[in-house]
Design a protein around this ligand. Structure first.
Ligand SMILES: [Zn+2]
Length: 406
């Protein structure tokens, strides 16, 4: 038997042990009560139940899981109070990847007529998890829904169902469940909510385009709403501003689009470069090329200008034949961001093309210095840990004298 299996079964054996201990306690208590009241013989039933458990554990340890399931089924039939053992057994099978056995056990539990509501919910949730792991998505959705029909505030079922809808691409349902989860847990997930809103918005837009295209004034108003809501939920959502602006461009609302694209400069300056192409398109449509030039010159001059933004604008300048301006911009860029090899590389390329070879050589030199200083010198032959200094005992895997020079 593999070590991992053994550990798994040991965990179950411990649970079984705890329940047997409780069963033993009950047998003793029942006997004491019987002596007091001269009642019936419940101790016998307990002994029988315990025997099935011991048999089950033995089968588990000798790696005969199906016989073990049979023995545990018998035990649970005798005493439905100890159904939690059976539940643990099912969960353990799922953890081992034996989804078929897990499903069989959990279905068996649910089929019991004398099951308490609480245990039924637990078993239904476990079954939903089995189905999800086994890839039976429709059945998993159905089981989660059954759990929620009994307990609408079951957080794990809500988040399981939410994740499932997301993986299926059912964005509207994923959003609906996410909002319920937010109400139940009091915890918001604005980034997720915003992106789900965007997906539903995109779907809606596609549906509007496919639908009756003649009377689309009201349809168009509706399609912008999810994007606005996404921005309200999560003001740093770059994609929301991009999609909103693009939808506005489609409607011919160019200045509104430009305003929304530009807002990202303030709300998420690190990602503003992602909207440069959209802005260029919008300004071209409005015939205001100078406005675009002004906006970008201002943006790259600001202290929050990211290396990516500088790179992006230098590429556009170069495309427009403004190579000297692009070089000037990149020179400032490498001073502001000395760690950015992308900027240094771009500057090097432009300098070489412009035959400014001496400066190109200097830039290349600095870039190589930087790259070399970042390069690790030693690597652990056991775990792959890399470092610049030698450690005779690897800080990651704690093995002695494994560092080899690179
Ligand atoms: Zn190591």
């Amino acid at each position: 038997m593999k070590l991992a299996n053994l550990i798994g079964w040991s965990a179950l054996a411990l649970t079984v042990g705890a329940v047997l201990f409780r069963a033993g306690y009950r047998i003793g208590r029942d006997r004491a009560l019987r002596l007091q009241s001269q009642g019936g013989p419940p101790g016998l039933v307990r002994h029988e139940e315990a025997a099935f458990y011991f048999r089950g554990v033995n089968f588990l340890l000798s790696d005969e899981p199906d016989k073990a399931i049979e023995a545990f089924t018998q035990a649970v039939r005798i005493n439905s109070e100890t159904v939690e053992i059976y539940l643990s057994l099912g969960n353990l099978f799922r953890a081992r990847g034996e989804v078929g056995r897990a499903i069989r056990i959990h279905q068996n539990i649910i089929a019991r007529p004398d099951l308490s509501d609480q245990n039924r919910t637990v078993a239904l949730f476990a079954l939903a998890e089995d189905y999800r792991q086994g890839g039976f998505l429709d059945r998993a959705v159905d089981s989660y829904r059954r759990v929620l029909a009994v307990d609408p505030t079951h957080r794990k079922a809500l988040s399981g169902l939410q994740a499932l809808h997301e993986s299926e691409g059912r964005w509207d349902l994923a959003l609906e469940v996410l909002r319920t989860l937010k109400q139940v847990s009091g915890q918001a997930d604005p980034r997720r909510e915003a992106h789900l809103l965007l997906r539903t918005g995109l779907e809606q837009r596609e549906a509007d385009k496919r639908g009756s295209g003649t009377d689309n004034a009201s349809g168009q108003v509706a399609t912008l709403e999810p994007f606005w809501t996404a921005i309200k939920v999560y003001p740093g959502c770059v994609e929301a501003y991009r999609l909103l602006g693009e939808a506005q461009l489609e409607r011919g609302e160019i200045s509104a689009a430009i305003k929304n694209f530009s807002t990202v400069r303030k709300t998420r300056p690190s990602h503003f470069f992602l909207l440069v192409n959209a802005l260029q398109k919008a300004y071209t449509l409005s015939g205001d090329e100078k406005g675009f030039y002004r906006l970008m010159s201002e943006a790259v001059a600001s202290p929050s200008a990211s290396p990516r933004l500088i790179l992006c604008w230098s590429n556009i300048l170069e495309e427009q034949g403004r190579v000297e301006e692009a070089i000037q911009l990149l020179r400032r860029g490498v001073v502001l961001h000395p760690g950015s090899t992308h900027l240094a590389h771009r500057l090097l390329v432009l300098l070489r093309r412009d035959r400014q070879l001496e400066e190109a050589l200097e830039v290349a030199d600095r870039c190589l210095d930087l790259l070399t200083s970042r390069q690790p010198v030693f690597q652990c032959s056991q775990c792959g840990f890399k470092s610049q200094d030698i450690s005779w005992k690897c800080p990651q895997c704690q093995v002695w004298d494994t560092m080899e020079p690179l």
